[in-house]
Design a protein around this ligand. Structure first.
Ligand code: HEM
Length: 168
């Protein structure tokens, strides 16, 4: 594979990592605690977080797609790579563990986008119409925050296994 193709792939792989993983980390460490402290458990807080999520989801989905495509390019261009489902060296074993962590992130993301997010949208609409107790939104919001923390933990594992593979 030409060095320029690999360089472009690594560039896209790193930018996608910064956007997705960086976005998750900034969300749980800065945005969520600060927004909760400044706004409080008010409908405004949930409207702000719903809008933020709607802007972040396409970035996260696009980043994951870019990571898979460029990851496959990088894998096929790596001298340690001995073929699909072949784990006869430390590099491919670290890559396997990296992929298991990524699959975990994928399921957290799908669960959050297909169940928690729509439930939060519905609950906010009902809250604004005075037909919903704030407690229901607080619980859903806690579920979403917990899922995001799990994804941050898994993303640190992805970076750990990548560092171990790259060091070989
Ligand atoms: C959450 C998803 C992912 C993240 C955060 C991630 C992150 C990274 C990072 C930061 C690097 C280091 C690049 C460098 O050394 O300059 C890397 C390298 C790599 N990634 Fe990923 N990656 C992800 C998904 C994938 C996927 C899905 C694949 C394969 C299908 C993959 C395959 C690779 C390969 C082969 C390398 C090069 C490792 C080496 O140099 O030995 N990555 N990844």
């Amino acid at each position: 594979m030409s060095p320029s193709t690999l360089a472009i792939s690594y560039f896209v792989h790193l930018v996608a990592t910064v956007l997705w993983i960086g976005g998750l980390v900034i969300m749980v460490l800065l945005v969520l605690p600060t927004a909760r402290r400044v706004v409080g458990e008010q409908p405004t807080l949930y409207a702000f977080l719903n809008r933020l999520r709607r802007r972040f989801v396409p970035i996260a989905n696009l980043s994951l797609a870019a990571l898979v495509v460029t990851g496959l390019i990088q894998m096929s261009g790596d001298p340690n790579y001995d073929g699909l489902m072949t784990f006869n060296n430390d590099w491919s074993r670290f890559m396997l563990m990296k992929h298991i962590a990524i699959i975990g992130m994928f399921f957290c993301m799908v669960f959050a986008q297909l169940t928690v997010a729509p439930a939060l949208d519905r609950a906010l609409l009902l809250l604004e119409k005075g037909k919903q107790e704030p407690a229901a939104l607080e619980k859903l919001h806690r579920d979403e925050t917990r899922l995001t923390w799990i994804n941050v933990g898994l993303s640190l594992l992805v970076l750990l296994f990548t560092a171990l593979a790259t060091a070989l």
